[in-house]
Design a protein around this ligand. Structure first.
Ligand code: DC
Length: 248
């Protein structure tokens, strides 16, 4: 992602995306937020939308997964709220074009494991963890723009985003997708176990007191249960065109 103060050619900012400072107007990078439950296809869709627009991507779930992995690797007690917060604050993470490193070691595949995702979901209600990760997430907002995926992108991290998507899909459709993905990667998977874990994770992410998984009031709800990835991406790009006053 490129940093800079001026808007790039061909990427007009939506209205209100300019801030005036003592040094004159400064373009603020537009953000498209995509929130939704686990395995709703947010990650794939976010990358495809970002590629189409030339924007950067924030996979906020990766930061929670990295925190979970750090907790596991450092032998931190997941119930020790202060120690978990410290692990989140002290993450040494580098995102690179094909993945991410933690403490200098490649961990792109490790953080995708189901037990790491489940631990991430258990650590995520910790307000200290969420506060520790907030500024890291906001730092991804750089020109020409950002597509941010997670649970609270539209409600907490980028509440002023000009386009907010809440991507949902039927839990069985999501479990089937996840099962297929895991088997394709050569990882054994059982549909009933995935379905049970996914329901538990949904309940935890939705029911927590801090930054629960909930659609922002001004979010567009997109149900991808019966849509292909291409159709989902197109629906979001159409909404983006409308948000910029280009269509619909
Ligand atoms: O999107 P994911 O499955 O990679 O996220 C893993 C967990 O991290 C998810 O179950 C809850 C937590 N999370 C969160 O609390 N807030 C976010 N913005 C993203 C993820």
């Amino acid at each position: 992602m490129s940093a800079g103060q001026n808007r790039l050619p061909g990427v007009p900012a939506p209205s209100g995306a300019e801030t005036t400072t003592d040094h004159g107007p400064v373009a603020v990078a537009p953000v498209i937020t995509i929130d939704g439950p686990t395995a709703s296809g947010k990650g794939t869709v976010a990358h495809r939308v970002a590629t189409a627009l030339g924007f950067g991507v924030l996979d906020s779930g990766a930061l929670y997964r990295l925190t979970a992995l750090a907790v596991l690797q450092r032998g931190v007690d997941p119930a020790d709220v202060a120690a978990v917060e410290l692990a989140a604050r002290s993450l040494k993470v580098v995102f690179h074009p094909t993945g991410v490193t933690l403490d200098g070691a490649e961990v792109s595949d490790l953080i995708r494991q189901e037990h790491v995702g489940n631990l991430a979901s258990r650590l995520a209600p910790n307000p200290g963890v969420r506060a520790a990760l907030l500024e890291r997430q906001r730092a991804f907002r750089q020109l020409p723009g950002l597509v941010a995926d997670g649970r609270d992108m539209g409600t907490i991290v980028f509440p002023e985003a000009p386009l907010k998507i809440f991507l949902v899909a039927d839990v069985r459709a999501r479990a089937e997708r996840r099962c297929k993905q895991l088997i394709e990667k050569g990882i054994s998977a059982n549909l009933d176990d995935l379905l049970r874990d996914m329901r538990e994770r949904d309940a935890r992410d939705t029911g927590r007191a801090v930054a629960p998984l909930v659609a922002a009031q001004d979010a567009h709800v997109v149900d991808s249960s019966n849509l292909t990835i291409d159709q989902t991406v197109q629906a979001i790009l159409d909404l983006w065109s409308s948000a910029r006053g280009e269509g619909g």
